[in-house]
Design a binder for this molecule. Structure first.
Ligand code: B12
Length: 475
């Protein structure tokens, strides 16, 4: 069959991300003998015209739309991305009547709401590279597909979904041949990294998180040697900036260590990073192994430096681990991004002060500290129940596609934002959601790239903020 896949993500903030999922699905379909065209809308000037032209020229038997983001998770300046999706679906339908199938991380988060909103009747929830080919087989043979594992669909009875296949065991590190599918030069010129997974799944229980829903709570670990192979292959093809996009990179820790050891033994010439490290399994041994493996940056998702809040978020670690992480970071050279999530259950003015005190006194000036304020609430999460119990959430689950945010009733969002801004005033390495939503960020990336800067750009935050302030910007 002719398959047209469209990667619908056009969000270039904080930087464009290469559509790893759509590329993996494209390669899986080819392995099954289909002819695949992947249209990546990221850099298209006229996205709807590009979709129309692709439908006309490919004459697909099925159109698959990859949907990554629902919104930008920013409480103050919320951007909702799915209106574009509806326009893309309408454009496809104006030019063909073949089945349209949705897939991507957003679908696993809110399948029913997205299907209804986009007026599409079928989506893949599980790993697209396994499920989509099965679905295509049924569609091409004109057979019913309601029992294919890992899908969701709307029919005359309403919304249905089937359980996702397999959530344990091992997996191969699948590095798509990005150069075949997307405009790699355009991504690189905006300091994008090439995504790669060393595992799937997340076993943590954080109250707000959707990762378990997307990837399952059992780990599927890639053979460390296959990770080293994939990194070597990508780096040899010119994609030297590689980011591990696991839900959590350093858990299970023996696997992370084995991956680092395999990488350290390989001459890969890649610059590696991961922004998803948990302070629980974070020690000198790990950071030394990461440095030997070729890491140039890491992100610690500490969220808070207050025990009450860490408990309220069910992070599974305490301030002991947070302070220990600060000690470890200080003993190494590896640049670190500290990621905080303010306003969760249990947050008060005092806990905010505690977290800011930690950030101001325990992080290094050369590192970046990112504060996210307010937490996006997704249906089915424990945070939803907490918010309803506390009377701060009244929207029904089907209305939560339009972003709703949780802020602890014990603290005012405006006050928190002011406190963070005050702290940012004296710490040029601190940033907030306004900073990663700056419309000039793509230009900064392009200029940086031309000047020879390579990811992660956040290493230079304090210099960039100072320069922008000198230019009169209030950043
Ligand atoms: C790593 C990560 C990042 C990294 C990306 C680094 C990089 N170089 O790629 C960073 C930190 C930069 C980032 C940024 C953002 N992220 Co993010 N990110 C993730 C994370 C943890 C993994 C994404 C990933 O690459 N997965 C691995 C690939 C293989 O999976 P996949 O793309 O989903 O594809 C599979 C399936 O979805 C499916 N599939 C995909 N396409 C298709 C198409 C078809 C037709 C079919 C059938 C199947 C299919 O098959 C694929 C293979 O199995 C996810 C959470 C998660 N666990 O998924 C959040 C997630 C995707 N991010 C999210 C968000 C919101 C953002 C930001 C908007 C945050 C912000 N405020 O800046 C930005 C947007 C960036 C952008 N330009 O678009 C949300 C999106 C959903 C939502 N709530 O809107 C997620 C789901 C987290 C969450 N909150 O629930 N992110």
């Amino acid at each position: 069959m002719n398959i047209l896949l469209v990667s619908t993500n056009r969000n270039a903030l904080p930087m464009p991300v290469m559509p790893i999922g759509a590329c993996m699905v494209a390669e899986a379909c080819e392995r099954e003998g289909h002819r695949v065209t992947l249209l990546d809308l990221m850099f298209e000037r006229e996205p709807l015209a590009a979709v129309r032209d692709a439908v006309r020229s490919v004459k697909p038997g099925v159109v698959g739309l990859s949907v990554r983001n629902i919104d930008n998770n920013d409480m103050r300046d919320t951007v909702f991305f799915l209106a574009d999706l509806r326009r893309i679906v309408n454009t496809v339908r104006e030019h063909t009547s073949v089945p349209v199938i949705l897939g991507g991380a957003a679908l696993a988060v809110m399948p029913e709401a997205i299907l209804r909103f986009s007026e599409v009747s079928c989506a893949v929830l599980g790993d697209g590279e396994t499920v989509f080919p099965l679905l295509l087989e049924r569609i091409s043979e004109g057979e019913p597909f309601g029992d294919v594992p890992g899908i969701a669909y709307l029919d005359h009875e309403g919304f249905n979904s089937t359980p996702c296949p397999g959530s344990g065991g091992r997996t191969e590190c699948g590095a798509p041949d990005y150069r075949r599918w997307v405009n790699v030069a355009a991504y690189r010129s905006q300091l994008a990294t090439a995504p790669l997974q060393t595992k799937l799944g997340c076993a943590f229980q954080c109250v707000y998180c959707t990762y378990r829903k997307i990837e399952g709570n059992g780990h599927r670990l890639a053979d460390p040697a296959s990770v080293a192979d994939a990194v070597t292959r990508l780096a040899a093809s010119g994609l030297r900036d590689i980011e591990f996009v696991d839900s959590v990179f350093n858990v299970p820790s023996d696997h992370a260590m084995a991956v680092c050891d395999a990488l350290a033994k390989t001459k890969h010439r890649a610059r590696l990073q991961s922004l998803e490290l948990n302070p629980r399994a974070f020690d000198d041994e790990l950071v030394t192994a990461m440095e030997r493996a070729g890491f140039v940056g890491m992100g610690l998702t500490v969220e808070s430096a207050s025990d009450a809040v860490l408990q309220g978020l069910r992070k599974g670690f305490t301030t002991r681990e947070v302070h220990h992480a600060a000690d470890v970071v200080r003993r190494h050279e590896l640049p670190c991004a500290w990621i905080f999530l303010l306003g969760g259950p249990g947050e008060t003015r005092e806990t905010i002060r505690e977290t800011l005190r930690f950030a101001e006194s325990r992080t290094r000036p050369q590192d970046v500290v990112f504060f996210n304020i307010g937490i996006r609430v997704y249906p089915g999460t424990e945070l939803e129940s907490i918010a309803r119990r506390q009377g701060v959430l009244t929207a029904s689950p089907k209305d939560m596609l339009s972003p709703v945010f949780y802020v602890s009733p014990e603290v005012d969002a405006g006050w928190m934002m002011n406190e963070v801004r005050r702290s940012m005033g004296s710490h040029m390495n601190f940033i907030n959601t306004d900073s990663i939503g700056l419309s000039i960020l793509p230009s900064i990336h392009r200029i940086g790239y031309r000047l020879g800067v390579r990811p992660p750009l956040w290493r230079h935050t304090r210099f960039i903020r100072r320069a922008l302030r000198l230019a009169g910007m209030n950043v």
